[in-house]
Write a protein of this length. Structure first.
Lengths: 460, 129
């Protein structure tokens, strides 16, 4: 079947065959108040030549910086072979494998991806990916509310130490489905969730609890205690995590006595370039008890009539092409190409290689924190175990101006926290991955001193 | 030809209802429905204690080729569900009117049962499909 657009004549024949007058009639069942009445904020189409120039210009805005910002998107080394393999025509052009028997290569790759995610999280099954970490958390919340019928509640408690932009995306997606999101503030002294803060909301039932570990600040949450408490209240525990951290930490399935129920997160640290913020991909895994409520596609391994191994779409009855409006989600294979690269990346790096990367990140961030807190007025805000990010405050200056000053000098010094956390108006979130050398860290220190001296000079 | 026991009542959505000795309504899906759906692989049962009205969704039966909602043929409170189906959904295929029952309802309106189809009426319905 050639993949070419339909002519006006083709459309007329199709409309006539099914007995309707216009394509708009197909959308009659969608209430008019939620139909998009024209997309007036979307600019008109550009010719390819102009579009190419525009995108090159935008891409160049990201070039040439030494990056100490993480906050959900991390600069890691990606072996050259990863995208060389992922960009092969066989992978690059393959789309969602509706015709399973003709898509064995794609299916095998997704099966291996799922197996890797299941191994990292320790959970029973993983899906074929989600759009990104943020929408993945929203999907996990929808899933928890569907799966936890005992709770008889559409209320979900969300840690204030979850990525603030994830919380915004969650609200956008789930509140229109009448799910109540309760944001629980973090402990301002320690940068982690305190059990008592959650307990303040336990009088009313809730279907799930969401925590991030390592959390947005890079700190380690009391996952065992919080998971056991959530389960004691008949709620499901949703674990938002960085897959790289799982190479060193205990799996999600070992949180507390029973383990967390759903693990979800951003897959970008596993072989996906930062690329101006995307495309990235989300991953999700869950326990056997709730696997039928998992959104997205799941690939299974089976045997054919002759006993040869083969791969197939499984549990499809949850999906939209069968369940229509009652499907668990509208998502499918999602970020197939990113997942392809990520699977190759994991295979090339190996479990040991990824664990060494994680260790190097922890050490580099520690070095960075030690170096910059020697500068007068610069201090680390939260003490305690952390992964590869840290919150650092700078006293008596406009931190946003300092960030701009350093950026002008070629260094992205971190993520400004005041925008989302007013109590951290003088703080930024810093990260030094394995890519940052001792020279990079020394340059950070010198540049920061320089910018601080200048801003101090201006004030005087 | 499907099995349509004469002593049961039927809904247009292919559920059957049997009134037991305690006056409770036992609900399942018909032999005809299980034949159409094929081999059952999963059943989502309602929660005990839920109050349902006629035509409310009360779970899902999923076969290898489709998933289909189950609608309440009568109003009342769900007082028992067939937990055996969690591990043996195939009972719906092998014995739709016995081991394949889905749930039991404490009737809110006994007259709901009178509104349902008789075996003959249900036989006519599926003959017309």
């Amino acid at each position: 079947m050639p993949f070419i657009p339909h002519s006006a004549k083709d459309l007329d024949v199709m409309l006539d065959t099914i007995g309707i007058d216009s394509i708009d009639d197909l959308f009659d069942e969608i209430p008019t108040e939620i139909q998009a009445q024209g997309l007036d904020k979307v600019p008109t189409a550009l010719p390819e030549m102009h579009l190419g120039k525009l995108m090159n210009q935008r891409a160049s805005m990201d070039d040439g910086y030494v990056c100490f910002m993480g906050a959900g998107c991390y600069e890691h080394h990606i072996p050259a072979a990863v995208w060389d393999i992922a960009m092969r025509g066989e992978f690059l052009t393959a789309y969602t494998p509706y015709q399973a028997e003709a898509s064995q290569g794609t299916l095998q790759l997704i099966y291996e991806f799922q197996s890797n995610i299941a191994n990292l999280t320790g959970l029973y099954a993983a899906n074929a990916s989600l759009y990104d970490g943020a929408s993945g958390v929203a999907e996990a919340i929808l899933m928890a509310v569907r799966a936890n019928r005992k709770a008889k509640s559409r209320r979900v408690l969300v840690a204030g130490s979850l990525h603030p932009r994830y919380r915004q995306v969650v609200r956008s997606i789930v509140e229109s489905q009448h799910i109540e999101i309760v944001e629980v503030d973090y402990d301002h002294d320690h940068g982690v969730m305190d059990l008592a803060a959650f307990q303040a909301y336990e009088a009313e039932p809730f279907a799930g609890v969401v925590i991030q570990h390592p959390n947005f600040f890079g700190n380690m949450e009391s996952v065992d205690q919080l998971t056991d408490w959530a389960h004691s209240k008949n709620a499901l525990m949703i674990a938002v995590t960085n897959p790289l951290s799982l190479t060193l930490m205990k799996p999600i399935s070992d949180w507390g006595e029973k383990g967390a129920d759903i693990a979800v997160g951003e897959g970008q640290p596993l072989g996906i370039p930062m690329a101006s913020g995307g495309p990235h991909y989300g991953f999700m895994a869950c326990t056997q008890a709730i696997v039928r409520q998992m959104p997205g596609r799941i690939i299974g391994k089976t045997v054919d009539l002759d006993g040869n191994p083969g791969y197939t779409l499984t549990l499809q009855a949850r999906e939209q092409h069968i369940r229509r409006a009652k499907a668990t989600s509208n998502i499918c294979t999602n970020q197939g190409l990113a997942v392809t690269a990520s699977t190759v990346h994991m295979a090339i790096m190996g479990a040991e290689g990824l664990a060494r990367v994680a260790t190097a990140c922890i050490k580099n961030t520690q070095k960075l924190v030690e170096a910059i807190t020697k500068i007068a007025g610069v201090s680390v805000v939260f003490n305690g175990p952390r992964f590869h990010e840290a919150v650092v405050s700078i006293a008596n200056v406009d931190v946003e101006a300092v960030i701009q000053g350093m950026t002008d000098r070629g260094i992205i010094p971190g993520f400004y926290l005041g925008e989302h956390y007013p109590e951290l108006a003088d703080a930024l979130l810093v990260c030094a991955t394995e890519m940052r050398t001792d020279d990079d860290i020394a340059l950070y220190v010198e540049t920061l001193k320089d910018v601080l001296n200048q801003s101090g000079g201006e004030e005087n | 030809m499907s099995d349509i026991p004469s002593e049961l009542k039927y809904s247009k959505e292919h559920e059957w209802v049997r009134i037991d000795d305690d006056g409770h309504a036992i609900v399942g899906i018909t032999d005809h429905a299980q034949e159409l759906l094929g081999d059952m692989v999963y059943v989502e049962l309602p929660e005990v204690g839920t109050n349902v009205a006629v035509e409310d969704e009360t779970g899902v039966v999923e076969s290898v080729k489709a998933a289909s909602d189950v609608y309440a043929p009568v109003s009342g409170e769900i007082i028992e569900v067939n937990e055996d189906l969690v591990d043996e959904p195939e009972n719906i295929n092998s014995q739709p009117y016995e081991g394949g029952w889905l749930y039991k309802v404490e009737l809110a309106n006994e007259s709901d049962v009178d509104e349902l189809l008789t075996a003959d009426e249900y036989a006519d319905l599926i003959a017309d499909e």
